[in-house]
Design a protein. Sequence first.
Length: 170
Amino acid sequence: MARWPWFERPFRFDYPASKFPELLERWRGTPARLEERLAGVGDEAAARSDGRGWSIKQNVGHLIDLDYLPVRRLGEILAGEATLVAADLTNRRTNEGDHNARPLADLLADFRRGRMAGAAKFEAVPESDWGRAALHPRLKQPMRIVDILHFDSEHDDYHLGRIAELLRTL
């Protein structure tokens, strides 16, 4: 079955900002989910592609490559920016990165370290700011601080789903 392409997905941010704690926990939990899913997978297997996209290591590397973005967007909203920074839609960092050459354990550790640092920044946001927003440049709609967590968690899950597909080919 063909996967629903990421860039074709619409997003509706129509829930209350009070959903922030649950979304933060979902976002914070991605490293643990990745580690559990990839336990016992060897470096050689994790570097293999099925010919339809990135390898497991490249998918993990992509999450590392983009993990700065939610924290940057959080800072932009708190600073009163009207529009959020755009992501590099060409994924240059991931495509040029040599993630397959790195041990999977190192990639997972780097992702955990970065995500926990980011989670600490979101944790520090006062409840009164959870609903503050700026325009998302690709979606052309306001994105609140709480929505950053939802959007990025969906992105995490998109890549976890892809990793699950790759695991079935091992």
